[in-house]
Design a protein around this ligand. Structure first.
Ligand code: PHE
Length: 454
């Protein structure tokens, strides 16, 4: 077997992991779930969930992946040979593939909007059509399908280039750029007339609006945003060298992810209020509100508007790509390591599977809109299955594995690099306790709430 690749440096690890974490979850999903969940109170629950549920899962996945230096199947075989734990591997092959299929559809929308921005489509003449522009596009057949096809193909081409030459290079180049872009856009958004209301919505909690469902949704969002429970962090951690400090790379990744989500929230929410759109408008939120802002801006400063709109949709598109490559890598790692396929063949198989499922997801906004699974469209069903169920189940199993199945010594050694990192040694007791008790109990409690409030 070929020698297993590793990331070249800590910077590379954090950029690749942050590349996976920062994506549509931050720019597309976070603002609309905040809007549906009622604003600041939702954000507080999201932060608590990130710290006490998501972070422990992140550490658990990191510890498993780096200890075994293998994908999920391989890790389970190595660390718990001959047990049923290997079936967790199955979950981490299937889940990322379902995920990337519908993720690619939204990635495709962002590509279409980038093209719209590049062709100066957000101009004064288009004001009346802004509302219908999005609906008309996604309910079509060929346009969204073509965009989905381009997006998933681009993803697969990067993965084909390998961990170091593809994923690492792409992430190192694009992630710093993304930060600069989103900060610029936020600065513009908060300076808009009417923006103050949006800022207040993000900062002033109203706990009376917080429902059980919103709490569950905040947990789902914290998992989704950190790419948890589907084995992606586990796989990336298996490419981390033995000298690296897992706690620093984990905190670095989570810190960037959180920061990015908040900045995106402060870029989008003021725009929502300035445009007079309902914050709970759902998945179309950024595609409906931001163009409205660009048109308005264009009335005073056409060039500025064109530039900002191009940057905005470019940011979403690139952020989505760095995430989708991590999902495809999960499937490719499985096929190459467990099934002995060449990287090329593996990428091709994954491309064929995810493209096909993605076609159904894409068409579920138009011609297949009436095909319902338990009352949801195909797209909604895939998203619910992943973010409400599989991520929570996967996260729960990973924390149980590290907390109860692996020996405490192994976990401590991996977490502290055999005592080399003093700080990690000091906090190990608390981290271990959270992984063993707090996270699994919290996940089950919220999972049950979610079932009750469906
Ligand atoms: N974290 C990514 C985002 O926020 C989505 C993702 C989930 C990526 C799970 C990989 C695995 O867009």
């Amino acid at each position: 077997m070929a020698k297993r690749e590793t990331f070249g440096s800590r910077f590379a690890v954090i950029m690749a992991m942050a590349g996976s974490a920062i994506g549509l979850g931050n720019i597309w999903r976070f603002p609309y779930t905040v809007g549906e969940g009622g604003g600041a109170a939702f954000i507080i629950v999201y932060l608590i969930s990130s710290l006490f549920l998501a972070m422990p899962i992140f550490m658990a996945e990191s510890i498993i992946g780096r200890t075994a230096h293998a994908g999920t199947f391989g890790s389970m075989e190595k660390l718990a040979p001959g047990t049923k734990w290997k079936y967790v591997g199955l979950l981490t092959v299937i889940a990322p593939l379902i995920l990337v299929s519908y993720y690619s559809v939204v990635g495709g929308w962002s590509f279409e909007y980038l093209l719209k921005a590049l062709s100066f489509s957000f101009n004064a003449d288009s004001m009346d059509q802004i509302d219908s522009m999005f609906g008309n596009f996604i309910s079509g057949t060929w346009g969204p399908l073509l965009c989905h096809t381009l997006f998933i193909t681009a993803t697969c081409l990067i993965v084909l280039a390998g961990v170091k030459n593809g994923i690492e290079k792409f992430a190192k180049l694009t992630m710093p750029l993304l930060f600069v872009l989103i900060v610029l856009i936020m600065i513009y958004a908060v300076s808009l007339p009417g923006a103050a209301q949006g800022v207040e919505y993000m900062l002033k909690p109203d706990f009376s609006k917080l429902t059980g469902r919103a709490v569950a949704s905040a947990m789902g969002q914290s998992f989704f945003s950190l790419s948890l429970g589907v084995g992606v962090i586990l796989i990336y951690s298996s490419y981390i060298s033995k000298d690296e400090n897992l706690l620093s790379s984990g905190l670095g990744t989570a810190g960037f992810d959180l920061l990015f989500a908040m900045i995106a929230g402060f870029a989008v929410m003021p725009a929502v209020f300035a445009a007079g759109i309902e914050p709970g408008a759902g998945p179309g939120l950024i595609f409906q509100t931001m163009p409205y802002i660009f048109v308005k801006m264009g009335m005073d400063a056409p060039w500025l508007s064109a530039t900002v709109s191009i940057l905005f949709f470019l940011t979403i598109f690139v952020a989505a790509l760095t995430s989708s490559i991590s999902m495809v890598e999960a499937g490719v790692a499985y096929l190459t390591e467990e099934k002995g396929l060449s990287r090329k063949k593996a990428v091709f198989v994954i491309l064929a599977l995810t493209w096909t499922l993605g076609v159904f997801c894409s068409l579920s906004f138009g011609p297949l809109g009436d095909a319902k699974i338990f009352g949801s469209t195909i797209f909604e069903a895939c998203d619910k299955l992943i973010s409400n169920y599989l991520m929570a189940i996967g996260g729960f199993l990973f924390t149980i594995f590290v907390g109860w199945k692996m020996s405490k010594e192994t976990v401590r050694n991996e977490f502290t690099n055999y005592g080399k990192f003093r700080f990690n040694d000091k906090v190990f007791g608390a981290v271990y306790f959270i992984i063993r008790f707090v996270a699994p109990i919290g996940i089950v409690a919220i999972f049950l709430t979610n079932l009750l409030f469906q």
